[in-house]
Design a protein around this ligand. Structure first.
Ligand SMILES: Cc1cc2nc3c(=O)[nH]c(=O)nc-3n(C[C@H](O)[C@H](O)[C@H](O)COP(=O)(O)OP(=O)(O)OC[C@H]3O[C@@H](n4cnc5c(N)ncnc54)[C@H](O)[C@@H]3O)c2cc1C
Length: 403
């Protein structure tokens, strides 16, 4: 059996690993556009601030792939698939026939207007070389502007701030981390980041940039200007859908897949940031890995032995030095559901339940207390009205949440 995988990120490599476990005989080939084998993308901010040696970011040594007989074609993009005769073509000339195929092409940083991305000094951070180049530039500069205030933006801002740069963060919305915070936790977080030296501009966007051979100055929508040679655009990601579209697969925000992670073409699967399951598109390492495990199994077994993917609520952690923030599931920012909020100096916890009392979301800022128990209970355990009332107390005993 021939299994071909497009994409050597966490979804693709996890799928290859799982396919090998399920089928010791299969030929497994992974096309990997990047020259680097799988690395921990969420750790790129540590490359930006120089705290992680580059060699430590890789998930596996070359021997790991060899031992599992996974043929990793580093630096070779899968450019063409002919679904009529199951043939694929790689950018370095490989031609292969597949029995099953996985699209795990991930995503790229979004590039919204009006930025000139060709101008030296303008960065996005998605790949290892992006992070290495930004580190090099940061060591030679005193200030930076970050466009966006999502998780990635704040982590990059924190990394540059720790190198001694004055960092300005521009957010269009009226609070930072709009997707992972409630107004209450966002205010605490903003104070914390301001004390770390980050200058946060809310309701602000980039209105102009100046410099001929290198960025020199940016203007923001309130009319002010910032002299800087570094602009990092961290405004979300765009799934890589070119290959899927070229194959004629059903595509919406991502490659549409069913519960087995199979696309609109039989035998062709999709997983990770490029895939769109019934619960929506991915965008997280944890989801890419979970989907890779199921897709890898399904690529390698007869149709009757396939497994269905069970979505877990998305959970994100902000990795900024000295700060703990976890946000998982539905945080109900508009206050439509029942919830328990505990707020104190530098601390914010909100636990959200649905109409039936099921725990559907939580956020915990300034402490890790309760994270493990809340994660285990999320989407699985009902919270009684008495427990919800008790969760407002700083001394709540989280051991009581055991299923
Ligand atoms: C700085 C940063 C911090 C992050 N922090 C977190 C975090 O804290 N927690 C979390 O859960 N997630 C985090 N993420 C998101 C997480 O890294 C992604 O969700 C995850 O990497 C997606 O994995 P993937 O395999 O689907 O795609 P990718 O990691 O994008 O890998 C896809 C690979 O396929 C390659 N490719 C594309 N087209 C082709 C083709 N035609 N042929 C061959 N190869 C191709 C791409 O170049 C890429 O190497 C972070 C991301 C970044 C950038």
């Amino acid at each position: 059996m021939n299994i071909v995988i497009a994409g050597g990120g966490v979804a693709g490599v996890t799928a290859a690993e799982k396919a090998r476990e399920a089928n010791p005989q299969a030929h497994i080939t992974v096309f990997c556009l990047e020259k680097d084998a799988l690395y921990y993308r969420p750790r790129l901010p540590e490359i930006v601030n120089g705290s992680l040696p580059v060699e430590k970011i890789f998930a596996h040594p070359d021997a790991w792939y060899q031992e599992r007989r996974i043929e990793l074609r580093k630096g070779e993009t899968l450019i063409e698939v002919c679904a009529d005769n199951n043939q694929v073509r790689g950018s370095l000339g490989s031609r292969l026939v597949y029995d099953t195929l996985l699209i795990a092409t991930g995503a790229e940083s979004s590039r919204p207007a009006p930025v000139n991305y060709e101008l030296p000094g303008v960065f996005t951070v998605r790949h290892l070389y992006d992070a290495m180049t930004l580190h090099y530039e940061a060591k030679r500069n005193k200030s930076a502007v970050i466009m966006g205030a999502g998780l990635l933006a704040l982590e990059i801002a924190g990394a540059l701030g720790s190198l001694g740069l004055t960092v300005h963060v521009l957010e269009r919305a009226d609070r930072i981390l709009p997707r992972q915070t409630t107004p209450g936790s966002a205010a605490i977080l903003k104070d914390y980041l301001a004390k770390q030296g980050l200058v946060i501009h809310l309701n602000a966007s980039l209105s102009g940039m100046y410099g001929s051979d290198r960025l020199k100055r940016v203007e923001i929508s309130d009319g002010s200007a910032i002299e800087t040679q570094i602009l990092v655009v961290a405004a979300g990601v765009t799934p890589n859908l070119g290959l899927a579209k070229h194959m004629g697969l059903k595509v919406e925000r991502g490659v549409v897949v069913d519960d087995f992670l199979e696309t609109s073409k039989p035998g062709v699967y999709a997983a990770g940031d490029c895939a769109q399951t019934r619960d929506g598109a991915g965008g997280l390492w944890t989801i890419g890995r979970a989907e890779g495990l199921i897709a890898g199994h399904n690529l390698a077994v007869p149709p009757g032995e396939r497994k269905a993917y069970q979505a877990t609520p998305p959970s994100s952690t902000l990795k900024v030095a000295g700060l703990d923030l976890v946000a998982a599931g539905n945080l109900d920012p508009d206050g439509k559901l029942d919830s328990a909020v505990h707020e104190a100096e530098g601390l914010y916890r909100k636990v959200v339940v649905d109409a039936g009392g099921l725990l559907v979301g939580y956020t915990n800022l300034g402490t890790t207390k309760g994270n493990r128990e809340l994660a285990a209970a999320l989407g699985k355990r009902k919270i009684t009205p008495d427990e919800l009332a008790a969760l407002k107390s700083p001394d709540f005993d989280f051991a009581a949440l055991k299923p």
